[in-house]
Design a protein around this ligand. Sequence first.
Ligand code: GDD
Ligand code: MG
Length: 362
Amino acid sequence: MKALVLAGGFGTRLRPLSCTRPKMLFPVANQPLIDWTFRRLSEGGVDTAILAVNYMAEAIVRYLGPTKFDMGIIYSREERPLGTGGPIKRAGDLLKDEEIFLVLNGDVISDIDYRRIVEFHRERGGLATIALFRVPDPSRYGSVELDAKERIVRFVEKPEPGKAPSNLVNAGIYVLDRRVLDYIPSSRPASTEKEVFPKLAEERELFGFEARGLWVDIGIPEDYLIANQLLLSKTGAQMAEDAKIDKDARVLSPSAIGASVEIGADSVIGPHTSVSEHVRIGKGCRVENSIIFPGVSIGDHSSIRNAIIGENASVERWVKIESGSLIGDYAVIADSVTITQGVTICPSKRVEESILEPRQVM
Ligand code: GDD
Ligand code: MG
């Protein structure tokens, strides 16, 4: 079985973390996002993964190479972003000999059983099957109306509040028959959700497989933090052998501490915190439910809660960062600054004054 993973696209909210790495290589419980996906695919019987790449393709190729978790990896490159449908058409030559194949949004983490959705697809005999999860707010997703036979009779991408057909949403995990390739236009960007699925639904060829369990699209800071929490709870505590933790510092489980990390006296890290490699945390710091990218430095007595700090950013002393805030790569947060409530700081920005309301600092 082959799987096509959509690994391009920019993703707007987490963009400030993309100076040095594409979203697929963002750490989740201290492992690149793509590793979680690939491990599950390999366990699910996939032998070849095709990665549809554009933005920062080289970084992905360098990291993954030609094989991973016993799967062969083939790269399908786009010169310009082709949306969510165009990359499927572009990889058509690599897929045309397969009767059916899997397609995945690369920014989703889930523990879905791929064998079961494939089995379901074969039983129903439609041209496409979409994995569905139930969520409280469907407005950020594709929402569907199912009939009693699990056929999708309506697919609405990003429905306006109150206009969603149901709370069952497209998980970004599909089994497609190769004939679906004929529904996608060539040589222009195309949207599977807006152009292909509504048509397949109209032709009664689209089915929905409701799955339960872990499923998160990491596209916004709050959900990225949730994915990190859930996977840390699954993997338990991780501590690199060469991490230097002061004897008077504490790491609360579950947390992951990467290679060459240094943590000073009286600091408390965790729970639910991922600290990537080469991060330096000073004395008397508090870091809780947060994701710290590689090379970050955090000065003495600073506190970080529910936040994401991008690669090589510098948080100086007595700083406070909270509530879904996101600090871009290489940004500097000066001494005694407080940042709360969903603030986004753009890469390389130096912040000298506190920011207490949600906004983006360019
Ligand atoms: N190769 C390539 N080229 N990949 C792309 C491109 C592109 O031009 N544009 C987006 N992608 C990839 C993204 O990297 C992501 O992995 C996936 O396609 C989906 O794009 P997002 O931008 O993350 O879409 P979304 O999260 O708003 O909505 C999609 O996912 C939801 C589930 O998480 C839709 O499929 C919704 O219907 C769905 O509910
Ligand atoms: Mg997404």
